[in-house]
Design a protein around this ligand. Structure first.
Ligand code: ZN
Length: 86
């Protein structure tokens, strides 16, 4: 589950958490994560609208492991969150 609500004992409250679809670990800072989505080679149409979240350092490995007759576009997780406010 890439996005969850978790109990954070350090904060003493519940908070959202985003997990990397490659390594499975939490992306603790939005500046260290990407949102990716699959598009067609020709035309760049979206193939799958389900967003994928990765650490920036896991991005290339995720794409190499999940390559095919498409490519991955990405935006920084900070941009993903900003765009929710459009
Ligand atoms: Zn990762």
């Amino acid at each position: 589950m890439p996005i969850s609500i978790i109990s954070d004992n350090n904060l003493g409250r519940h908070r959202p958490a985003v997990y990397c679809d490659y390594c499975g670990n939490e992306i603790h800072k939005s500046v260290s994560g990407n949102c990716e989505w699959k598009v067609e080679f020709e035309g760049g149409q979206i193939i799958d609208s389900q967003p994928i979240f990765t650490h920036k350092y896991c991005c290339s490995s995720f794409e190499a492991k999940n390559s095919g007759k498409y490519y991955w576009k990405f935006m920084e997780l900070t941009q993903f969150l900003d765009d929710l406010n459009m």
